[in-house]
Design a protein around this ligand. Structure first.
Ligand SMILES: C[S@@+](CC[C@H](N)C(=O)[O-])C[C@H]1O[C@@H](n2cnc3c(N)ncnc32)[C@H](O)[C@@H]1O
Length: 261
């Protein structure tokens, strides 16, 4: 498999692609547990599903296991799109492209899914992508997202800034998580009605979550790969310290939003 950004040094790689290089396949804040809850809430069996930013295709295989009517992935990174194609074979199609301009027909999907991809956009671009999900969905269709959330709902602006700066420094991505109220506002501004909100701890690098997400052999392989590379060790240590330091203000959120019928 050709991983994204193969020429980028470990020290400068965005966190999710560093995890991928180290063998991790679940690249989202709430892990598989929140993904599975979200997929159940999105009700996929027999319906047309679009996944925005499938990454390496880990959720794509979980979506296909629920027997949707069809699967279409839209992934910006060429190598990641190739990894999704290898993961799903002929059971779906993958478009290489930008989630805010999918090129898909209006009113052509029953469910749009996106994990760990809105948080990393500017607020204006988040809104563009949400509008595109609304356009692609049929009336009554569901938009399911799994992203980072800031807590509590009235977290002071200074703390928001501190968390965003710490994330940008450690994961090398301009992550801009929102509060649950801010996520709801963005979705309702685009025309959606929020049907359900759920949460999970931000425990991406905690041992129990690593085993739950990657399986015991996968978790051990990840730890081995981290231990043998001093640059990777420094990056992972810094990311875990950031997640721990800000754990009272950061979590993962699932939102199911409906396009009115
Ligand atoms: C943190 S990874 C999450 C991957 C996968 N959804 C998961 O949860 O394992 C972010 C993914 O979003 C993709 N991405 C980021 N911005 C995008 C955009 N505007 N359009 C399409 N894909 C995008 C990246 O290429 C990457 O695959």
């Amino acid at each position: 498999m050709n991983l994204p950004m193969p020429d980028r040094k470990t020290a400068d790689l965005p966190g999710h692609w560093l995890f991928a290089r180290l063998g991790k396949r679940v690249l989202r804040p709430g892990g598989l547990e929140l993904t599975h809850r979200m997929l159940a809430d999105a009700r996929l069996t027999g319906v047309d599903v679009v996944e925005l930013a499938p990454g390496l295709g880990r959720t794509a295989t979980d979506i296909l296991a629920r027997n949707p009517g069809s699967y279409t992935g839209v992934e910006a990174d060429t190598n990641a799109a190739g990894a999704v194609r290898s993961a799903i074979g002929s059971r779906g199609r993958v478009v290489t492209g930008e989630a805010s301009q999918t090129g898909l027909d209006a009113d052509s999907a029953d469910v749009v899914i996106g994990e760990a991809m809105l948080t990393m956009q500017t607020n204006a671009h988040k809104a563009d992508i949400i509008r595109e999900a609304f356009r692609v969905l049929r009336p009554g269709g569901r938009y399911a997202i799994h992203e980072m959330v800031l807590q509590p709902h009235d977290v002071p602006d200074a703390v928001k800034d501190e968390v965003r700066t710490a994330l940008a420094r450690s994961i090398k991505v301009n992550a801009r998580p929102l509060t649950a109220g801010e996520w709801t506002e963005l979705l309702t501004e685009a025309g959606f009605a929020v049907e359900k909100i759920g949460y999970a701890p931000m425990a991406l690098l905690e041992p129990r979550r690593l085993v739950a997400d990657e399986g015991l052999p996968g978790a051990l392989r990840f730890v081995f790969n981290v231990l043998r590379d001093s640059d990777a060790r420094a990056r992972v240590r810094s990311m875990r310290a950031t997640f721990r330091r800000h754990r009272d203000n950061m979590a993962a959120i699932e939102v199911i939003a409906v396009k009115p019928a």
